[in-house]
Design a protein around this ligand. Structure first.
Ligand code: HEM
Ligand code: HEM
Length: 231
């Protein structure tokens, strides 16, 4: 049964959370499709580091951010998760104005797997150990893809069960709630700063990338001077 007291749209996701989310989607997808080819390695690494930066930002915002962005507001124990899933099963889903407890579990897994993937990608790239580093990196990346699948399925199921378009809410920031439940500030300037830092980093990485026809070995070593012809 629907509770009509939840029918006012209120601002739930601040702008930094929304920009973080869609940049993360873009970078993860980009890193994933460029993973296999040596040719795209620099793009893979750049997008991968961006994922790392985004996760670091989200970790800080999870402590210092707005009401629904805080980990303390949505990370719940296994009992809350089980209770939520049971309510879904009964077709009477519990209403949560922020993340629901099951969704929160997927979010923690996604952030954790992203951090592990990036750390092992970095270690592989800098040749800090053996082949096992690459294996852990690849496995973590693939587990993250699986978690994304579960996450998106959960979002679709949740949208359907709650009769609320959660994907649109990740763009507009607005969800159904009680009056007074919304956050007061969207933090638009911080979101713009986050976007500017990411774009700046990409520009720098692009400008510093060697052009395809730059020899990888300095010319002096590649073609040693011929001995002067004897006369
Ligand atoms: C690359 C894949 C993705 C990753 C890594 C990812 C990660 C995340 C994370 C970390 C959050 C938590 C947001 C926060 O509080 O900061 C989240 C929430 C959310 N994501 Fe994704 N996401 C991905 C793909 C998608 C896609 C494709 C969609 C749309 C179909 C989507 C829709 C949502 C929605 C609607 C929420 C809010 C859920 C709620 O209402 O509780 N995500 N996602
Ligand atoms: C979330 C971000 C990332 C994802 C999802 C990801 C995913 C992957 C996957 C699935 C592979 C295996 C490709 C294959 O051989 O089939 C791979 C390879 C690789 N990645 Fe990443 N990666 C990410 C970030 C990074 C970062 C930040 C770095 C380096 C700083 C990096 C460096 C590498 C390298 C060097 C390889 C080749 C490993 C080898 O086989 O020798 N990756 N990545």
């Amino acid at each position: 049964m629907k509770d009509s007291s939840h029918h006012t749209p209120v601002l739930v996701w601040d702008a930094p959370v929304r920009v973080f989310h869609w940049l993360l989607v873009l970078c993860f997808a980009g890193a994933y499709v460029t993973a296999e080819s040596e040719r795209w390695r620099l793009l893979h690494v750049t997008l991968g580091y961006t994922v790392g930066g985004l996760v670091a930002f989200r970790a800080v915002w999870g402590l210092a951010g707005t009401r629904y962005a805080r980990f303390a507001a949505f990370v719940r124990g296994p009992r809350a998760v089980a209770s939520y899933l049971a309510s879904m099963w009964r077709r009477q889903p519990e209403h949560h104005t922020g993340h629901n407890p099951a969704g929160a579990l997927a979010i923690v897994a996604l952030l954790g797997l992203a951090a592990v993937t990036v750390a092992f990608g970095w270690a592989t790239y800098n040749e800090l150990g053996g082949e096992w580093l690459a294996q852990v990196h690849e496995t973590a990346g693939n587990l993250m893809l699986a978690a994304v699948g579960v996450h998106v399925a959960g979002v679709v199921a949740g949208s359907w069960m709650h009769g609320e378009n959660l994907v649109r809410a990740m763009f507009t920031g607005r969800k159904e709630g009680r009056p007074g439940e919304g956050i007061r500030r969207a933090w638009g300037a911080l979101a713009a700063l986050l976007m500017a830092v990411v774009l700046g980093y990409w520009l720098l990485a692009w400008r510093e990338a060697p052009s395809p026809d730059t020899p990888t070995v300095p010319a002096s070593q590649a073609a040693p001077n011929q001995p002067a012809p004897r006369s």
